[in-house]
Design a protein around this ligand. Structure first.
Ligand code: ADP
Ligand code: MG
Length: 688
């Protein structure tokens, strides 16, 4: 008999879900803080309830029936002797129905609504009445699919009990002296996980409570420390010093460009050239609004690199974007005698082999591509500069891999990262302790401002009329379909439907469809037709989010604009207004079943109508997004802040900037412990 195969170590779905949240060590659990709290410590009398309040009642079931009008539902009426309330369940199990039999006494939690027929609760959480009431508020933790709060709560409390929470901020850097935050880490965490019911909930929820302050300080300190550590490491490394030569490529490219650089572009080019000329690895973030002209800055940096006889790599997050860069750059560089290699995942083997040979021999001075650029097989002859577009869309590992492509012993490549989601410059400078920041703060001249209009969905026909007008003027139109959280299938259905409707409404017009599920070749073909002007309207899911540059497109319609984030809306709008033609952006919105838009959605759309300045948009985005929504990964990519909010916690950031070098110099062991505690595996990130 063959031996039994060894049991594979399989993670349970719950463990997997915990892993997804980054919860592994005890300390990770201890630092997994509640999003909000529910008050289950009290039973409220229905007579004292307020409309819309989330509350807990105890009452006796007086009737229970399944009705079919307007749709199948379970209706249960309860009476708590002060008033009555009706529960509605649109989906329910027989067991639930049983647990709500007439005469049963239940405890129910939910939002009460007062209508003409008395109080109602839709899908309240029901359990038997009479269990002991908790003495602390019930935390609600950030979670993920398949991970029940009850399980997560237990896991967090377990981690909290076991974790080493000894202080890492002694003497000279003690918070207590500096900021008067009289909370130890242990006390702050105990409190935040199990606050007493009499606490001011507002201070907890807006995170101004001293316990929160303490946690934010810790987090910011970890961030600053780790960036400082990697800066010090980097300062000890060496890179090839790159500089232009007389009559070299850089000069010739400048002379050949069909436009003059803006003052802002000249300034950032000079900052980059200064860095490249030093024998230290550059680590610079180039931020500039959509359409501000970052590509040419990248091209000029690449030219400096090639002037020094070395190779440059440019990596973009999507194939469409990489291809755009490729076309633009060969347009500029090929006439100047530069060979550019092209690498993507979808490439044919033969073509790829040819490209790899060009790269290895050094014949290709510039390599452009997607993640394919960092694959093992790619061997550079002498890579010296790596440029990463839309850097926040790349992970740490990918950035590290690009750096590892530098083959010369003891040397590091220079790194230029580009992003179109700027954060205000002063914030960026103090936050990124290990990153220089260059900012393009003006658009190229001759752009006509984009007019942005808010249009209710019921006026969709008028929008189609506008499209016709644009088309007869020879212009092109984008129509972006909504993002339906977590459901690619629905996204797709919606885009397909819109595509069909527009095709029908615009006979004789080529209407294309682009979505993320399409094979790359097909995507590319559609995009090519739009770029060539063969296609009048491009219906798309958010795949065109970044970087696409079709100057003839003059109208952008965004459907269900209320579902998009502000910076994403701004990015999308940036796809038009790239030429001199007057351009417009129509934000189609819907309020669903509600009478009007929610406050945040309204604030976002209002900001879009009022300004098209990316920095102003970024500022408003910070204002609109409540605390807890971090500026991190999504916004800038470089931040990993979970708790602190750079917009409101500038004072804490200042403190952390002051404290980090002190702690690092005087108590390196504690500094290390602090970083590991907070960043754990993520600490690797900051070395990227
Ligand atoms: P982004 O910063 O969003 O990547 P691009 O580099 O794609 O912007 O530039 C947007 C458009 O502006 C491109 O068509 C580019 O060729 C053009 N452009 C860039 N710089 C200038 C300039 N100084 N004058 C005129 N047009 C420019
Ligand atoms: Mg770009």
């Amino acid at each position: 008999m063959p031996p039994k195969p060894p049991a594979k170590s399989v993670l349970s779905p719950l463990q997997k879900a915990l892993g997804k949240l980054g919860l592994r060590r005890d300390i990770d659990f201890a630092l997994h803080l509640p999003l909000r709290y529910e008050d289950e410590t009290r039973i409220v009398r229905l007579a004292d309830a307020r409309d819309g309040e989330l509350l807990q009642i105890e009452a006796t079931v007086t009737s229970s029936e399944v009705t079919f009008r307007p749709r199948r539902q379970l209706l249960v009426t309860v009476d708590d002797s002060s008033d009555t309330c009706t529960f509605r369940f649109f989906s329910f199990y027989p067991s639930q129905q049983k647990a709500l039999a007439v005469g049963t006494r239940v405890r129910a939690r939910g939002e009460v609504r007062g209508g003409f027929a008395g109080w109602t609760m839709v899908h309240p959480n029901v359990q038997p009445a009479g269990a002991e009431l908790p003495t602390a508020l019930t935390p609600v933790y950030p979670s993920t699919a398949g991970l029940p709060q009850t399980y997560l709560r237990k896991a967090v409390l377990g981690g909290l009990a076991r974790a080493d929470l000894s202080e890492t901020m002694p003497g000279a850097v003690a918070v207590n002296n500096v900021l008067e935050v009289p909370w130890s880490l242990r006390a702050a965490l105990d409190f935040l996980h199990r606050p007493a019911p009499d606490v001011a909930l507002a201070a907890l929820e807006d995170r101004s409570h001293p316990a929160w302050q303490r946690l934010k300080l810790e987090e910011l300190l970890a961030q600053q420390l780790s960036q400082l550590q990697s800066r010090r490491v980097r300062e000890g490394l060496r890179a090839p010093a790159l500089s232009t030569v007389v009559e070299g490529l850089h000069r010739r490219l400048l002379a050949a460009l069909p436009f003059a650089l803006t003052a802002a572009q000249r300034k950032v080019c000079a900052e980059i050239a200064d860095d490249l000329a030093k024998p230290l690895p550059m680590h610079r973030l180039l931020q500039g609004d959509v359409g501000s002209g970052k590509t040419v800055v990248a091209a000029l940096a690449a030219a400096v690199c090639m002037d020094s006889g070395r190779q440059c790599a440019l990596m973009a997050p999507t194939e469409i974007l990489a291809e755009q860069h490729f076309r633009k750059l060969i347009g500029w560089l090929e006439p100047l005698g530069i060979t550019t290699a092209w690498l993507t995942g979808s490439q044919k083997t033969r073509e790829r082999r040819a490209m790899l040979a060009l790269i290895a021999s050094g014949q290709a001075g510039l390599v452009i591509g997607t993640h394919a650029v960092i694959q093992d097989k790619v061997q550079f002859k002498n890579l010296a500069l790596a440029i990463i577009d839309e850097q926040h869309r790349f992970g740490v590992a990918q950035r590290l891999a690009l750096r590892d492509k530098m083959v010369e012993a003891g040397l590091e490549p220079h790194l230029l990262m580009m992003t179109a989601t700027p954060i205000p410059r002063t914030l960026a400078m103090s936050y990124y302790a290990d990153l220089e920041v260059s900012t393009i703060d003006e658009l190229p001249p001759g752009r006509t401002p984009i007019v942005t209009k808010l249009v209710h969905e019921i006026r969709r026909d008028e929008v189609v009329g506008r499209i016709r007008v644009q088309l007869t003027q020879g212009r092109q139109v984008y129509w972006v379909c909504p993002l339906i959280e977590e459901s690619e299938a629905l996204d797709l259905a919606n885009a397909t439907e819109t595509h069909a409707a527009l095709s029908a409404a615009l006979p004789g017009v080529a209407v294309g469809l682009l979505h993320s599920r399409m094979p790359v070749a097909e995507k590319r073909a559609v995009m090519a037709r739009f770029v060539n002007g063969e296609m009048g309207v491009l219906v798309s899911t958010t795949v065109i989010e970044v970087g696409v540059d079709v100057t003839n497109a003059s109208l952008m319609v965004i459907e269900h604009a209320e579902r998009f984030g502000l910076s994403q809306l701004h990015q999308l709008r940036g796809r038009v207004g790239r030429g001199a033609a007057a351009s417009a952006c129509v934000l189609l919105y819907s309020t669903g079943d509600a009478p009007r838009l929610g406050d945040t959605a309204r604030a976002r759309l209002k900001a879009m109508v009022e300004t098209s300045d990316g920095f102003e948009i970024a500022r408003r985005d910070l204002d609109i997004r409540g605390p807890g929504e971090f500026l991190g990964a999504r916004q800038s990519g470089a931040a990993l802040l979970r708790f602190a909010d750079l917009a409101t916690d500038a004072a804490l950031l200042d403190w952390a900037r002051y404290a980090a070098p002190v702690l690092l110099d005087r108590h390196p062991d504690l500094a290390q412990k602090h970083v590991e505690r907070w960043l754990g595996a993520k600490a690797e990130y900051l070395k990227a």
